[in-house]
Design a protein around this ligand. Structure first.
Ligand code: HPA
Length: 287
Protein backbone atom coordinates (compact mmCIF):
# COMPACT_ATOMS: atom_id res chain seq x y z
CA UNK A 1 0.00 0.00 0.00
CA UNK A 2 1.41 3.43 -0.87
CA UNK A 3 1.51 6.22 1.70
CA UNK A 4 -1.41 8.28 0.32
CA UNK A 5 -3.74 5.25 0.13
CA UNK A 6 -2.93 4.54 3.79
CA UNK A 7 -3.75 8.14 4.78
CA UNK A 8 -7.15 8.04 3.06
CA UNK A 9 -7.98 4.73 4.76
CA UNK A 10 -7.06 6.07 8.17
CA UNK A 11 -9.01 9.30 7.58
CA UNK A 12 -12.06 7.24 6.61
CA UNK A 13 -11.69 4.99 9.66
CA UNK A 14 -11.44 8.04 11.95
CA UNK A 15 -14.62 9.43 10.34
CA UNK A 16 -16.43 6.14 10.88
CA UNK A 17 -15.22 5.99 14.47
CA UNK A 18 -16.54 9.53 15.13
CA UNK A 19 -19.95 8.74 13.61
CA UNK A 20 -20.21 5.52 15.63
CA UNK A 21 -19.33 7.38 18.83
CA UNK A 22 -21.97 10.05 18.14
CA UNK A 23 -24.61 7.41 17.51
CA UNK A 24 -23.62 5.49 20.64
CA UNK A 25 -24.08 8.72 22.68
CA UNK A 26 -27.48 9.35 21.01
CA UNK A 27 -28.54 5.76 21.73
CA UNK A 28 -27.62 6.00 25.41
CA UNK A 29 -29.69 9.19 25.74
CA UNK A 30 -32.67 7.84 23.78
CA UNK A 31 -32.70 4.77 26.04
CA UNK A 32 -33.69 7.00 28.96
CA UNK A 33 -35.93 9.35 26.95
CA UNK A 34 -37.54 8.59 23.63
CA UNK A 35 -38.89 12.13 23.08
CA UNK A 36 -37.41 14.51 20.52
CA UNK A 37 -35.07 16.82 22.45
CA UNK A 38 -36.08 20.25 21.17
CA UNK A 39 -33.59 22.43 23.02
CA UNK A 40 -30.42 21.93 25.02
CA UNK A 41 -28.58 23.97 27.62
CA UNK A 42 -24.88 23.48 28.37
CA UNK A 43 -24.17 24.59 31.92
CA UNK A 44 -20.54 25.51 32.54
CA UNK A 45 -18.40 25.94 35.69
CA UNK A 46 -20.49 26.57 38.78
CA UNK A 47 -23.67 26.98 36.73
CA UNK A 48 -25.42 23.63 37.14
CA UNK A 49 -28.84 23.32 38.79
CA UNK A 50 -31.21 25.20 36.50
CA UNK A 51 -34.87 24.74 37.39
CA UNK A 52 -37.49 25.80 34.86
CA UNK A 53 -40.97 26.75 35.99
CA UNK A 54 -43.61 24.58 34.34
CA UNK A 55 -41.12 21.85 33.40
CA UNK A 56 -40.87 18.44 35.08
CA UNK A 57 -37.88 16.13 35.10
CA UNK A 58 -38.63 13.13 32.88
CA UNK A 59 -35.20 11.46 32.95
CA UNK A 60 -31.67 11.88 34.30
CA UNK A 61 -28.47 10.25 33.19
CA UNK A 62 -24.91 10.61 34.47
CA UNK A 63 -22.33 11.34 31.76
CA UNK A 64 -20.56 8.21 33.03
CA UNK A 65 -23.52 6.15 31.79
CA UNK A 66 -23.56 7.74 28.33
CA UNK A 67 -21.55 5.32 26.25
CA UNK A 68 -18.98 7.08 24.10
CA UNK A 69 -19.18 10.45 25.88
CA UNK A 70 -15.76 11.56 27.11
CA UNK A 71 -15.71 11.97 30.90
CA UNK A 72 -16.00 15.57 32.09
CA UNK A 73 -13.08 16.00 34.49
CA UNK A 74 -13.10 19.79 35.06
CA UNK A 75 -13.64 21.11 38.62
CA UNK A 76 -17.30 21.79 39.49
CA UNK A 77 -18.60 20.13 36.33
CA UNK A 78 -21.24 17.69 37.52
CA UNK A 79 -21.36 15.48 34.41
CA UNK A 80 -25.10 14.95 34.36
CA UNK A 81 -27.81 15.25 31.71
CA UNK A 82 -31.35 15.96 32.87
CA UNK A 83 -34.33 15.91 30.53
CA UNK A 84 -37.22 18.17 31.41
CA UNK A 85 -40.57 18.64 29.68
CA UNK A 86 -43.65 20.84 29.91
CA UNK A 87 -45.70 18.41 27.83
CA UNK A 88 -44.92 20.04 24.50
CA UNK A 89 -41.21 20.91 24.65
CA UNK A 90 -38.38 18.72 25.90
CA UNK A 91 -35.14 20.34 27.03
CA UNK A 92 -31.81 18.67 27.85
CA UNK A 93 -30.01 20.36 30.75
CA UNK A 94 -26.38 19.30 30.40
CA UNK A 95 -24.33 20.06 33.52
CA UNK A 96 -20.70 19.88 32.52
CA UNK A 97 -18.83 19.76 29.25
CA UNK A 98 -15.56 18.52 27.78
CA UNK A 99 -12.67 20.93 27.14
CA UNK A 100 -9.56 20.90 24.98
CA UNK A 101 -7.47 21.49 28.12
CA UNK A 102 -8.58 18.14 29.55
CA UNK A 103 -6.79 16.54 26.61
CA UNK A 104 -9.79 15.98 24.35
CA UNK A 105 -9.78 16.68 20.62
CA UNK A 106 -12.03 19.32 19.04
CA UNK A 107 -14.40 16.57 17.84
CA UNK A 108 -14.48 14.88 21.26
CA UNK A 109 -15.42 18.23 22.83
CA UNK A 110 -18.41 18.39 20.43
CA UNK A 111 -19.72 14.81 20.56
CA UNK A 112 -22.66 15.74 22.78
CA UNK A 113 -23.66 18.59 20.44
CA UNK A 114 -23.67 16.25 17.42
CA UNK A 115 -25.59 13.59 19.37
CA UNK A 116 -28.20 16.16 20.46
CA UNK A 117 -28.60 17.31 16.85
CA UNK A 118 -29.41 13.73 15.81
CA UNK A 119 -32.01 13.63 18.63
CA UNK A 120 -33.79 16.67 17.14
CA UNK A 121 -32.24 19.62 19.04
CA UNK A 122 -32.75 22.86 17.10
CA UNK A 123 -31.70 25.42 19.73
CA UNK A 124 -28.62 25.42 21.93
CA UNK A 125 -28.06 27.61 24.98
CA UNK A 126 -24.41 27.73 26.02
CA UNK A 127 -23.08 29.18 29.26
CA UNK A 128 -19.55 29.55 30.52
CA UNK A 129 -17.27 31.29 32.99
CA UNK A 130 -15.09 34.01 31.49
CA UNK A 131 -12.58 36.66 32.48
CA UNK A 132 -13.42 40.31 31.72
CA UNK A 133 -11.25 42.03 29.10
CA UNK A 134 -13.67 44.95 28.93
CA UNK A 135 -12.88 47.41 31.77
CA UNK A 136 -16.59 48.22 32.16
CA UNK A 137 -17.42 44.67 33.30
CA UNK A 138 -17.30 43.51 36.94
CA UNK A 139 -16.97 40.01 38.39
CA UNK A 140 -20.50 38.66 38.92
CA UNK A 141 -21.82 40.39 35.76
CA UNK A 142 -23.32 38.54 32.80
CA UNK A 143 -22.40 39.00 29.13
CA UNK A 144 -24.59 37.99 26.22
CA UNK A 145 -22.23 36.57 23.61
CA UNK A 146 -22.76 38.62 20.47
CA UNK A 147 -19.99 36.90 18.57
CA UNK A 148 -16.79 34.97 19.24
CA UNK A 149 -13.18 34.69 18.16
CA UNK A 150 -11.94 31.11 17.99
CA UNK A 151 -8.33 31.52 19.20
CA UNK A 152 -7.92 27.83 20.05
CA UNK A 153 -6.33 26.84 16.74
CA UNK A 154 -8.79 23.90 16.60
CA UNK A 155 -11.97 23.23 14.65
CA UNK A 156 -14.29 20.24 15.08
CA UNK A 157 -15.19 20.18 11.38
CA UNK A 158 -11.66 19.34 10.27
CA UNK A 159 -11.64 15.85 8.78
CA UNK A 160 -15.42 15.43 8.69
CA UNK A 161 -17.47 14.51 5.64
CA UNK A 162 -20.94 16.00 5.15
CA UNK A 163 -22.84 13.59 7.46
CA UNK A 164 -23.66 16.29 10.02
CA UNK A 165 -23.65 19.40 7.85
CA UNK A 166 -21.92 21.25 5.06
CA UNK A 167 -18.13 21.59 5.05
CA UNK A 168 -18.05 25.41 5.00
CA UNK A 169 -20.94 26.57 7.22
CA UNK A 170 -21.57 30.30 7.45
CA UNK A 171 -20.51 31.75 10.82
CA UNK A 172 -21.38 35.40 10.16
CA UNK A 173 -24.36 35.12 12.53
CA UNK A 174 -23.18 32.35 14.82
CA UNK A 175 -25.39 33.60 17.69
CA UNK A 176 -29.09 33.83 16.88
CA UNK A 177 -30.47 37.38 16.83
CA UNK A 178 -33.99 36.43 17.88
CA UNK A 179 -32.83 34.35 20.87
CA UNK A 180 -30.50 37.20 21.87
CA UNK A 181 -33.42 39.58 21.69
CA UNK A 182 -35.46 37.29 24.01
CA UNK A 183 -32.51 37.11 26.43
CA UNK A 184 -32.23 40.91 26.52
CA UNK A 185 -35.97 41.22 27.13
CA UNK A 186 -35.85 38.59 29.92
CA UNK A 187 -32.89 40.38 31.58
CA UNK A 188 -34.73 43.66 31.31
CA UNK A 189 -37.91 42.24 32.87
CA UNK A 190 -35.87 40.96 35.79
CA UNK A 191 -33.74 44.13 36.11
CA UNK A 192 -30.50 42.26 35.40
CA UNK A 193 -27.70 44.19 33.72
CA UNK A 194 -26.73 42.27 30.60
CA UNK A 195 -23.59 43.30 28.72
CA UNK A 196 -23.23 42.33 25.05
CA UNK A 197 -19.81 41.43 23.79
CA UNK A 198 -17.33 39.25 21.95
CA UNK A 199 -16.05 36.05 23.59
CA UNK A 200 -12.46 35.01 22.93
CA UNK A 201 -12.04 31.22 23.10
CA UNK A 202 -8.61 29.90 24.14
CA UNK A 203 -7.39 26.41 25.01
CA UNK A 204 -6.06 27.01 28.53
CA UNK A 205 -5.43 25.47 30.93
CA UNK A 206 -2.85 28.11 31.89
CA UNK A 207 -4.48 31.48 32.20
CA UNK A 208 -3.44 34.21 29.81
CA UNK A 209 -0.44 36.44 30.37
CA UNK A 210 -1.18 40.11 30.89
CA UNK A 211 0.25 40.88 27.42
CA UNK A 212 -2.07 38.28 25.88
CA UNK A 213 -5.07 39.79 27.62
CA UNK A 214 -4.21 43.28 26.36
CA UNK A 215 -3.78 41.82 22.88
CA UNK A 216 -7.20 40.10 23.07
CA UNK A 217 -8.79 43.40 24.02
CA UNK A 218 -7.06 45.09 21.07
CA UNK A 219 -8.39 42.31 18.83
CA UNK A 220 -11.94 43.22 19.79
CA UNK A 221 -12.83 40.77 22.56
CA UNK A 222 -14.73 41.64 25.74
CA UNK A 223 -14.31 38.36 27.66
CA UNK A 224 -12.00 35.35 27.52
CA UNK A 225 -12.63 31.71 28.39
CA UNK A 226 -11.62 28.12 27.72
CA UNK A 227 -14.76 26.66 26.17
CA UNK A 228 -17.81 27.32 24.00
CA UNK A 229 -16.35 28.31 20.62
CA UNK A 230 -15.98 24.74 19.32
CA UNK A 231 -19.47 23.76 20.52
CA UNK A 232 -20.91 26.81 18.80
CA UNK A 233 -19.11 25.91 15.56
CA UNK A 234 -20.56 22.37 15.76
CA UNK A 235 -24.03 23.73 16.57
CA UNK A 236 -23.91 26.06 13.56
CA UNK A 237 -22.64 23.14 11.48
CA UNK A 238 -25.84 21.27 12.34
CA UNK A 239 -27.90 24.46 11.74
CA UNK A 240 -28.94 24.94 15.39
CA UNK A 241 -29.89 28.39 16.71
CA UNK A 242 -27.44 29.41 19.43
CA UNK A 243 -27.68 31.67 22.47
CA UNK A 244 -24.54 32.26 24.56
CA UNK A 245 -24.19 33.71 28.06
CA UNK A 246 -20.93 34.26 29.95
CA UNK A 247 -20.61 34.52 33.72
CA UNK A 248 -17.92 37.13 34.30
CA UNK A 249 -15.81 35.66 37.07
CA UNK A 250 -12.64 37.75 37.23
CA UNK A 251 -10.97 40.86 35.86
CA UNK A 252 -8.60 39.91 33.06
CA UNK A 253 -7.58 43.37 31.91
CA UNK A 254 -3.85 42.67 32.01
CA UNK A 255 -3.15 46.21 33.21
CA UNK A 256 -0.88 47.42 36.01
CA UNK A 257 -3.57 46.50 38.57
CA UNK A 258 -3.92 42.89 37.35
CA UNK A 259 -4.17 40.52 40.32
CA UNK A 260 -3.36 36.82 40.17
CA UNK A 261 -6.53 34.81 39.37
CA UNK A 262 -7.65 32.06 41.71
CA UNK A 263 -10.11 29.23 41.08
CA UNK A 264 -11.88 30.16 44.37
CA UNK A 265 -12.54 33.68 43.06
CA UNK A 266 -13.72 32.30 39.72
CA UNK A 267 -16.16 29.87 41.36
CA UNK A 268 -17.51 32.46 43.84
CA UNK A 269 -18.31 34.94 41.07
CA UNK A 270 -19.63 32.13 38.83
CA UNK A 271 -22.23 31.50 41.52
CA UNK A 272 -23.30 35.20 41.59
CA UNK A 273 -23.46 35.52 37.81
CA UNK A 274 -24.91 31.99 37.55
CA UNK A 275 -27.99 33.02 39.55
CA UNK A 276 -28.57 35.84 37.01
CA UNK A 277 -27.97 33.50 34.05
CA UNK A 278 -30.53 31.08 35.47
CA UNK A 279 -33.13 33.90 35.70
CA UNK A 280 -32.43 34.92 32.09
CA UNK A 281 -32.59 31.33 30.79
CA UNK A 282 -35.76 30.66 32.74
CA UNK A 283 -37.24 33.77 31.12
CA UNK A 284 -36.21 32.67 27.61
CA UNK A 285 -36.98 28.93 27.91
CA UNK A 286 -40.13 29.28 30.00
CA UNK A 287 -41.55 31.93 27.64
N1 HPA B 1 -9.31 33.29 31.30
C1 HPA B 1 -9.69 32.14 30.72
N2 HPA B 1 -10.72 31.42 31.13
C2 HPA B 1 -11.41 31.87 32.18
C3 HPA B 1 -11.06 33.06 32.84
C4 HPA B 1 -9.96 33.81 32.37
O1 HPA B 1 -9.59 34.86 32.90
N3 HPA B 1 -11.94 33.21 33.83
C5 HPA B 1 -12.80 32.16 33.78
N4 HPA B 1 -12.48 31.34 32.78
Amino acid sequence: MNHSAFSIDSLESRRQHFKKTVSSVSNSISQVCDHTIDQAVILGSGLSGLSLTGFETIAKISYLDIKGLPKSTAPSHKGKLELVSNGSTTIALCSGRQHLYEGYSAQEVCILIYALSTLGTRSLFVTNAAGALNPEYCPGDVMLIDDHINFTGHNPLIGQDEQFGITFPDMSQAYNKSLSHHAKAAANRKSITLHCGVYMGVTGPSLETSAERRMFRTLGADAVGMSTVLEVIAANHTAMNVLGLSAITNLALGDENQKPDTIEEVLAHAATAGAKIKCILEGVLGA
